[in-house]
Design a protein around this ligand. Structure first.
Ligand code: NAI
Ligand code: MG
Length: 338
């Protein structure tokens, strides 16, 4: 039987628990994956002295696909984020995060169904900060026409593929007239190549208000890096929290699949983490690998278990452990096969 080789990075905190859930669940789908195990994040700093070892990058370049757990980044000091480094080094310019209401999980809204498309390589994450005086720091927000064109084309191409009708480009071009202005106007120029898809725009603060009062009106959001990061967590909160929203970082030569959430140190090692977000990211990865049937089986099995409602992790009001939830998903996969 043919197989895929995929780089696996467990990461830090709950990373081991949630990536292990993915490995087990994929095994149950009967897709054969050979995992090339690599390191990144705080664990890599401890073991190898760097947050993103060259061997990890080489492995992703060679395999073209990785499944990645969350990695810890110290606040205000210490090593640079392995995520930012990885996205820049591999030019994983398109961060795609589908945010969809989960049947059976009660939230304020039942039919949120939007896709976040986040520019993943520049903006305020350019890493260029300068100390001007001991009391003054400037953090450079870099916006280039080239990277904005790439992310805008990625958004429109995805809209075409999925039959989505409208993209809202999000900005603060009233204040950041040049940087966010370039982002907005570049997206508007790219939109001319896709006349069947509507492009409108919204200022980031107004968007946040509209997202919490009426999120169902949005189809796709196109955002620069920092806005995309913040709005992703906000949107996760609309559909059940960080435990349920998956994501992908896509470039021309590689794709890294990971959940929106971080390493959750407050619950790490306690068998409490919700593996849904990571398993849904794994389903996106299977789709990317052309394993459409297995992707559907995994995604459907997660939905089935959540809808039944007997086995849920604590973040969703249940008392199941990570392992018990994973076992239930695996049983549901096996049920669909028999
Ligand atoms: P976080 O996303 O790790 O956690 C925020 C809250 O959500 C916590 O209360 C946590 O317990 C909960 N949560 C997150 N994922 C969950 C899951 N799967 N199941 C149940 N509950 C879950 O954000 P935080 O605490 O701000 O960051 C912790 C570390 O993670 C930091 O070092 C940060 O830099 C890193 N981080 C890494 C990311 C990545 O590798 N892609 C993304 C976001 C943060
Ligand atoms: Mg984030």
């Amino acid at each position: 039987m043919s197989h895929h080789t995929v780089t696996l990075i467990a990461g830090d905190g709950i990373g081991d628990e949630v990536t292990n859930a993915c490995v087990r669940a994929i095994e149950a789908t009967s897709v054969k994956i050979v995992w090339d195990i690599q390191s990144a994040g705080l664990k890599a700093v401890t073991d190898f002295g760097v947050a993103l070892p060259g061997a990890t990058l080489d492995s992703i370049k060679k395999n073209g696909v990785a499944l990645k757990g969350p990695t810890t980044t110290p606040i205000g000091t210490g090593h640079k984020s392995a995520n930012v480094l990885m996205r820049q080094a591999l030019d994983l310019y398109a961060c795609i995060r589908p945010v969809k209401s989960v049947p059976g999980i009660k939230t304020r809204y039942d039919n949120v169904d939007l896709i976040i498309v986040r520019e993943n390589t520049e903006g305020l994450y350019s890493g260029q900060e300068v100390q001007i005086t001991p009391d003054v720091v400037a953090s450079l927000k870099i916006v280039t026409k080239k990277a904005t064109e790439k992310i805008a084309h990625a958004a429109f191409a995805l809209a075409e593929k999925l039959g989505r009708k409208r993209i809202t480009v999000v900005h603060k071009a009233n204040i950041l007239k040049m940087g966010d202005g370039l982002f907005l106007h570049t997206a508007e120029a790219v939109a001319k190549d896709y006349p069947e898809i509507i492009l409108d725009d919204m200022i980031i603060d107004a968007l946040c208000m509209k997202l919490v009062t009426n999120p169902c009106q949005f189809d796709m959001l196109l955002l620069e890096n920092l806005y995309g990061d913040i709005v992703s967590d906000l949107c996760a909160g609309l559909v059940g929290g960080l435990g349920v929203v998956p994501g992908a970082n896509i470039g021309e030569h590689a794709a890294v699949f990971e959940a929106v959430h971080g390493s959750a140190p407050d619950i790490a090692g306690q068998n409490k983490a919700n593996p849904t977000a990571m398993m849904k990211s794994a389903a996106m990865m299977l789709e990317h690998l052309g394993e459409t049937k297995a992707a559907y089986q995994l995604s459907k099995a997660i939905d089935t278990v959540l809808l039944r409602g007997q086995v849920r992790t604590a973040d969703l009001g249940g008392s199941a452990t990570t392992q018990q939830f994973t076992d239930a998903v695996i049983s549901a996969i096996i049920d669909t096969k028999t």
